[in-house]
Design a protein around this ligand. Structure first.
Ligand SMILES: [Zn+2]
Length: 168
């Protein structure tokens, strides 16, 4: 009986830690909606991240999926966060309604992010994802968090095995 209960506990812990990765849509305020849903553009040099260069990832404000890495961010001087690359599969490019530019949206929730420009020569990749800060949510890199999870799981396993061994 004790063994079954312990396995149930372990299973719950694994399921709960997996739940952290589940995606939920965040409720947006009116200013966020104007950009993310109505495809507006924040004023240049006004956003939170145009001159932000900490290590980490930039996630979608609405659904939380990681979109850009700080390693790909560069100073373009344009007043909006600029990235010369995206996290693979995170971004969709669509023709802007102006018929000229290429709009970029979150591939998961379709949130408007900004536009992508090529051939400007800013970096070797020759690409500038020009993104509204308000469409993003920065998360500092937490390299230990993955390891912490693994360590917790190992400790839980050892504890369960020990308790099973001493069950008699
Ligand atoms: Zn999204």
């Amino acid at each position: 009986m004790k063994i079954i209960w312990l396995y149930f506990m372990l299973l719950s812990v694994i399921m709960l830690s997996g739940k952290e990765e589940a995606v939920e849509f965040r409720k947006l305020n009116a200013v966020e909606k104007q950009v993310i849903e109505n495809k507006g553009t924040e004023a240049p040099f006004s956003g939170k991240y145009w001159e932000h260069f900490e290590e980490g990832s930039y996630k979608c404000k609405r659904c939380g999926v990681p979109l850009f890495r700080s390693n790909d961010k560069f100073k373009s001087g344009c007043g909006w966060p600029s990235f010369d690359d995206e996290i693979e599969g995170a971004i969709l490019q669509i023709s802007d309604s102006d018929g000229i530019r290429t709009e970029i949206v979150c591939a998961h929730c379709n949130a408007h992010l900004g536009h992508v420009f090529v051939g400007e020569g800013f970096t070797e990749k020759n690409t500038r994802h020009c993104v509204n800060s308000i469409s993003l949510k920065f998360e500092p890199s937490t390299e230990t968090s993955g390891w912490q999870k693994i360590i917790i799981r190992i400790i839980m396993n050892i504890k369960v095995e020990y308790l099973i061994a001493t069950d008699q």
